[in-house]
Structures are given as C-alpha cells and as structure tokens.
Design a binder for this molecule. Structure first.
Ligand SMILES: [Zn+2]
Ligand SMILES: [Zn+2]
Length: 222
C-alpha cells in the first residue's frame, strides 16, 4: 500500500508530500501549494484517501517549501514544525519572496519545534527519525522512516544532483558531510523523496551521484 503521496507545487516545482497514517489521519511535509487550484488538488487527494491532516513538518524553511503553510494552518489547524536552527531561514522567507517578486501569505504561528538530532516523531503508529543535515540551509533536517525504508529529504540530495549551497546559510563542505554521514549511512534500498524532481534510492546515488558519492570522487568531495 502506498502511504506517501507527492505533489509538484508552485513556480519552483517543489515536492510536497502527504503521509497517510492509515487511521484517517495524515502528515504533510513542506506544504508548497500556492494557488487555489493546487490547494483544491491537495484537498481532493486527502478526500480520496479519507484522511485529515493533523501534522505539518518542514525539512527547512525556504520560500518554496512554506508557500502553503498559512493555508494548512487555516484549513487543518496545524502550524508547521521546524527545527529551531532553521529559524533564520524562516525569517528570511518573506524577504526572498519579495526578491523573487512572488506573493507569499503571511507566515503562520509555528507548531512545536522539532526535536534534536536522532529523536523520533510519531506519524500515527509509524515513527520517523529526525536527522540534522545542514549545508543547503543552516537548520535543514531529513525525516527517515526505518520501517518503510524511505526518507523525506528536502533539498539535500536529488536524483543525480544535490541542493544548492549559494543561499544564506549554505556551505558545500557541510552539505557533502551531511550527505555522507546522514544519508549514505542508510542501506542501499532506502528510497529518498526529495524536495525537487523524482525519487531515487540511496544505492543509486551512492554509486553514481556526480557531486557526492560513495567512492569519494564527486565534484564536491576531496
Ligand atoms: Zn531549499
Ligand atoms: Zn526547494
């Protein structure tokens, strides 16, 4: 049974994910729905699955990952939960919207801060492990589900690529270390669901990612 559903939303083609808890409830990750049409699409899938969103989790607070945060709060009552080290990214989101000339709803009050590296977070009877993986943003985290062997990975590692490091708080050496230590420490059969583009596996990226791979020959490694 497919528990994780994906959507490509907003001008940045950001991947929003919906995790069906299997009990009528669900968690949304990185809500990027920015138009009435995208919000209708999201509601339609929730209706089809028979789930209500009870939790909103952020991998990080870049503009493209929070464009639907206000709407989720109003529609379902849950404020986005962010790792506190990404606070400055959150605060910069309205400014970057202005720079891009993109409208952004007022950011809502956040939910409880995410716990520390290695702590667990419940999604119904599933548990996700929070791993800090900075380098793309300063307080970026990934969510690892060991029982179903998947990662909601945000903008750390993409299929054949990696997150950009030229935004405030970005650092290429830190990003390479995060990928090696927090993602490549998982077994090959874990699927990564990234913040942009299609899903991939740890095995595929470890063997062939041109930027950071298991051989240490990537462009970002030395
Ligand atoms: Zn980002
Ligand atoms: Zn992004």
């Amino acid at each position: 049974m497919n528990r994780l559903h994906s959507f490509a939303f907003n001008a940045f083609s950001e991947q929003t994910y919906l995790l069906d808890h299997g009990n009528g409830e669900a968690t949304v990750f990185d809500p990027g729905m920015s138009t009435a049409l995208e919000r209708e699409e999201f509601e339609g899938i929730c209706g089809k699955l028979g789930v209500v969103v009870v939790q909103c989790l952020l991998t990080h607070a870049h503009l493209d990952h929070v464009m639907g945060a206000n709407w989720i709060k109003q529609r379902y009552g849950c404020g986005p939960r962010l790792h506190p080290t990404d606070e400055q990214t959150w605060e910069q989101a309205p400014l970057s919207a202005k720079l891009y000339g993109i409208s952004l709803d007022t950011l809502p009050d956040r939910g409880e801060d995410l716990g520390k590296h290695g702590s667990g977070i419940a999604c119904g009877n599933m548990e996700l492990e929070i791993r800090c993986a900075p380098g793309h943003s300063i307080g970026h985290v990934v969510f690892v589900c060991h029982s179903l062997k998947f990662v909601v990975g945000g903008d750390v590692l993409f299929s054949g690529s990696i997150g950009r490091t030229d935004l405030p708080g970005g650092d290429p050496d830190v990003l390479a270390k995060s990928i090696e230590e927090q993602l490549y420490s998982l077994s090959d059969d874990y699927t990564i669901h990234p913040g942009h583009g299609g899903s991939t596996t740890i095995g595929k990226e470890r063997s062939s990612n041109p930027f950071v791979n298991g051989l240490g020959t990537g462009m970002l490694q030395r």
